[in-house]
Design a binder for this molecule. Structure first.
Ligand code: NAD
Length: 346
């Protein structure tokens, strides 16, 4: 589908936790119109009708995706639905913005990637906000410029504020595991910073369940460490994640090269304020992912709009999104098998 006007008409599927954030952000984005919203949940339909009175509200995805006034479909639905909904959107001639992760398993993720290649006139992305965070973009630019030489290794971590309530424990049960749910952002950020199509070949993961022993029942851990080796020993990725960070959310990435290193978000601040007193100096850290990346969530929407409307080069990379599912799944397999495993890419 070519979009002939200067305004991108977006239909949003999903108005839950993340869907609402995207819809609010879309309302603030120029040259974008939210023409339709789809959710089977009545209370979310009511919220959508109040928030975007001009949009048509749908309960059924099949009715929604067939609408003529949608140029691009945004999928903010449960990950298990992404594959069939991307396929359906493409069949209806829609561009696609799909939330991460691309799919629940390796086969589905690569199926989506290969299916997208059959529609070269349509743009399909899997959204990872760090690709549009200014600090990651600047680091990627400098790495490409050769400022730290060739990459030897990347270390990236995502540690979430400690929570211990029923919602959280239930969420963990269905999350797919710490490397898929939490570190998928680090894995994709590392692939973005590598900037080349390198093949991951082997993964090893381990972890602990000292804080939440019950996670062991789901084959999961509350603190996880993973190592991923790329073809011919060319480079190594190291990821760390935790469900038990006491001072807030801490996402940081370090790239070590042959001529130098780059540290991103060394001190993930919510505000540029340092407080000093007799105990020393402290900064105000981010409490959650959104605190650190709210600007990036808005920038990725503008990036998608310009990619579709004007063919402006974008930071999205669907093959990397499929690779990220391969790497995250292999790390979970390794954790459960207690040994290194090959990374399956299809
Ligand atoms: N980028 C990020 O940092 C980030 C953060 C949170 C969630 N996510 C991703 O966003 C997606 C949604 O997560 P969430 O936390 O918002 O989940 P959620 O459960 O809060 O929301 C899911 C939404 O999908 C709707 N839905 C369910 N079945 C549907 C169907 N058949 N058709 C249309 N809508 C349907 C639900 O009614 C709900 O509105 C997931 O893939 C998740 O991984 C990404």
């Amino acid at each position: 589908m070519t979009v002939s006007s200067n305004v991108l008409r977006i239909g949003v599927a999903g108005a839950g936790r993340m869907g609402r954030i995207h819809i609010e952000n879309l309302l603030e984005t120029r040259f974008v119109q939210v023409t339709a919203i789809c959710t089977p949940v009545k209370v979310e339909q009511d919220w959508a009708a109040q928030t975007v009175p001009e949009a048509n509200i749908f309960a059924d995805f099949k009715d929604f995706v067939a609408q003529d006034n949608i140029d691009a479909v945004m999928l903010v639905t449960p990950t298990g639905l992404h594959k069939e909904q991307v396929f359906s959107a493409l069949q209806h001639g829609k561009h696609v913005f799909c939330e991460k992760p691309l799919a629940m398993n390796v086969k589905d993720a690569w199926d989506v990637y290969y299916e997208s290649l059959k529609y070269p006139h349509l743009k399909v992305c899997c959204a990872f906000p760090r690709r549009y965070a200014a600090q990651y973009m600047e680091a990627a630019r400098r790495i490409k410029n050769g400022e730290i030489g060739g990459i030897i290794t990347l270390r990236s971590s995502t540690t979430d504020l400690h929570m211990d309530n029923e919602y959280f424990i239930n969420y963990i049960k269905g999350s797919g595991g710490i490397f898929v749910d939490c570190n998928i952002h680090d894995i994709d950020a590392c692939l973005f910073l590598i900037g080349e199509d390198k093949l991951p070949v082997r993964a090893y993961a381990t972890g602990t369940t000292n804080v939440f022993p019950q996670f062991a029942e789901y084959g999961d851990v509350d603190n996880g460490l993973g190592l991923v080796e790329f073809e011919c020993g060319s480079l190594v990725m190291n990821v760390y994640s935790s469900r038990d960070n006491r001072h807030g959310h801490h996402s940081t990435t370090e790239v070590i090269g042959t001529k130098g290193r780059i540290l991103i978000n060394g001190e993930p601040r919510i505000l540029p304020i340092d407080i000093s007193n007799e105990h020393g100096t402290r900064y105000l850290g981010a409490l959650d992912h959104m605190d650190l990346f709210s600007a990036a969530f808005k920038a990725e929407l503008a990036g998608f709009r310009d990619w579709v409307l004007h063919d402006t080069p974008a930071n999205f990379n669907l093959k990397d999104a499929a690779k990220a599912v391969s790497i995250g799944s292999s790390l979970m397999d390794s954790l459960r098998a207690k040994q290194a495993v090959p990374v399956t890419t299809l």
